[in-house]
Design a protein. Structure first.
Length: 596
């Protein structure tokens, strides 16, 4: 027994000592991350900014820091559009950076306008007199669209280009629900408000087909025009290439003949091309800067003149953060309202630019944010800069702005409201044999249960339709008031229809086609300022926040793993989960706008 206690005590002491050592090593590691995170980078003379177009590119990316690295999530992190644009701008202004080398790949953009903004920034970089070179083992279509702006577009000798036009098929769940005995009951206003069709139809409605075709054609024609201009070919030629792409590209020589690339070579040969552009010998190393390096690159801060706040509102609009996990960033109603109130009360902020990139969501939260923006505008100008999406609830929160600037391919409009409620009476009563009975003091005292489990709930649905009608009338009034139109005029272009911004300009939904910089310039004009600087809100969560915070709108390692495991099934699975926590009244885009 004495020996037992002796060895047990020794084991406990060993564990304690090991834990202390591990804790010390962890703290040393954290200190190292802190030190590296605060260090700044300087560009050496004749450097190259290497931009890798891979992974997901969305409006803004949080800093995952060491937690993502420790958990193996670093490679799965999304790149932020704001970081990429900032990096390209820094590269343009830094005299030590000679050019940009783009490594094309399987980039996924949250919307066509996101790809367009990266391309426009690269085009602006080129116009400064510096060079852009693109190379890839394979180009996905959106990555190729971005890379086509380069002085030279090169491909691996065994590489390929995905060039087929835009399109895709959505999934419809009605057949599945019929098998299990569930029927979704839809209440909506607007014949184009097709968000309910996934749960109520087995195929696309003619109205939804009409608006999707118009949107995709508008985006595709814009992409063709840009690529044709850069590649020195005609729009018609490129469109024909897209039609024949599966058949004609038997070898990489065919890509050259089609005008898509300038040549093909192996990676080591590309390095020599870069060295030639830099004017250095082949045995010399290329001084490279990554996106992360560019973020840390020291620049002179311009904090003189009037302060213009740039507030990022991106993701689905929700009432509150739901339990569970998701990598998607959300616009939380009350949180955003509080932020806008602070900006309204901040006397240093002279104008606000709202950067909106949202498919909408909760009609209630959208209306709360609309009111906060309207109150903000009473104190200072508010200019909206639309990103990839500013539709439905995303348009509602944009409508009260002093001025609206949108990218040409922004998806906007979708002025409509819908409600979607599952009825499981067949499943529960007929298939499972569950019966219901009870008492109420009033006729509709148990209407929530009736909507979901009663076979005869026509009167309750009639009430819900009245509720939706009222929401749509409110939406019409919001847009009419903000855009200087009548409700009748808004209804004509509403009905839940989505518009590409180049078309939305002609129907008064937006005031100007342009970038975030154009929106900032307009805000400066409205306050009569010739000297100004910008400050971004809300502040990005840093890596330390990612350790301490459990907010679901910041994403999680587990969800990233789930996304990787489920692949294409991830979206429908998560959509079903979100439906359980969404507000019954929705002002949300009917389809996903991501492009590859």
């Amino acid at each position: 027994m004495k020996e037992f206690f002796k060895y047990t005590l020794a084991t406990i002491v060993g564990i304690v000592i090991l834990s202390v050592i591990a804790g010390i090593m962890f703290m040393i590691s954290i200190a190292g991350f802190v030190a590296s995170g605060s260090a700044s980078t300087k560009a050496e003379k004749n450097s190259v900014f290497v931009l890798k177009l891979d992974g997901t590119i969305s409006e803004r990316a949080e800093d995952g820091g060491p937690l993502a690295t420790l958990l193996g999530q670093a490679d799965m992190e999304a790149m932020g559009l704001d970081d990429i644009i900032s990096a390209i701008r820094k590269a343009k202004e830094n005299e030590n950076i000679s050019g940009i080398y783009i490594e094309g790949g399987a980039a996924v953009f949250d919307a066509p306008a996101t790809a367009q903004q990266v391309r426009d920034a690269l085009k602006d970089f080129k116009e400064s007199g510096k060079w852009v070179l693109a190379y890839a083992d394979q180009y996905m279509q959106s990555a190729y669209y971005v890379c086509s702006v380069a002085d030279s577009v090169l491909l691996n000798k065994t590489g390929m280009i995905d060039f087929k036009g835009l399109g895709g098929k959505g999934y419809y769940l009605t057949g599945l629900y019929e098998k299990v005995g569930v029927k979704y009951q839809a209440t909506r206003v607007g014949k184009y408000k097709s968000a309910v069709e996934r749960q109520t139809r087995k195929e696309m409605s003619p109205e939804d087909r009409e608006q999707r075709e118009a949107y995709l054609q508008g985006v595709w024609q814009h992409m063709l025009k840009d690529m044709a201009e850069s590649r020195g070919v005609s729009v018609e030629q490129l469109n024909q290439v897209a039609d024949d792409s599966i058949m004609i590209f038997a070898s990489v020589d065919d890509y050259v003949k089609a005008g898509l690339i300038d040549g093909y070579m192996y990676p080591d040969e590309v390095k020599n091309i870069v060295k030639q552009k830099l004017g250095i010998d082949e045995d010399k190393d290329i001084k490279q800067l990554t996106l992360s390096d560019m973020m840390d690159l020291t620049t002179k801060k311009k904090n003189k003149g009037d302060k213009i706040a740039v507030y990022y509102a991106y993701g689905e609009i929700i009432d509150e953060v739901a339990s569970g996990f998701t990598t998607e960033h959300n616009i939380v109603g009350q949180t955003t309202v509080n932020d806008l109130k602070e900006l309204a009360d901040d006397e240093k902020v002279k104008a606000v630019v709202m950067r909106v990139n949202s498919p909408g969501g909760s009609a209630v939260a959208s209306e709360q944010i609309w009111r906060a923006i309207k109150q903000l505008k009473e104190k200072k100008p508010v200019v909206v800069s639309m990103g990839g999406l500013a539709a439905s609830g995303g348009y509602m929160i944009s409508a009260p702005a002093s001025y609206i600037v949108a990218e040409p391919t922004t998806l906007t409009g979708s002025i409509g409201i819908f409600g979607l409620i599952p009825n499981a009476s067949t499943l529960v009563s007929d298939k499972l044999g569950v019966t219901w009975d009870g008492v109420t003091t009033n006729k509709y005292g148990n209407y929530e249960n009736d909507m979901i489990f009663a076979k005869d709930n026509a009167e309750v649905l009639k009430y819900m339709q009245t509720y939706v009608d009222r929401g749509y009338d409110t939406f019409l009034g919001i847009v009419a008031d903000g855009r200087g139109m009548t409700k009748e005029e808004v209804n004509e272009i509403g009905q839940g229809r989505v518009w590409v911004a180049s078309d939305a300009l002609g129907i008064k939904l937006v005031d100007q086609l342009g970038s975030l910089d154009d929106a900032v310039s307009k805000a400066a004009e409205l306050i009569g300022s010739e000297e100004y600087y910008t400050a971004t809100y809300p502040a990005k969560g840093d890596w330390f926040d990612s350790i301490l915070s459990s907010d679901d709108d910041k994403g999680s390692y587990l969800d990233a793993e789930l996304k990787a495991t489920l692949g294409d099934l991830y979206q429908p699975v998560m959509e079903l989960r979100r439906d359980m926590s969404r507000n019954r009244l929705q002002a949300r885009l009917p389809f996903d706008a991501k492009v590859k």
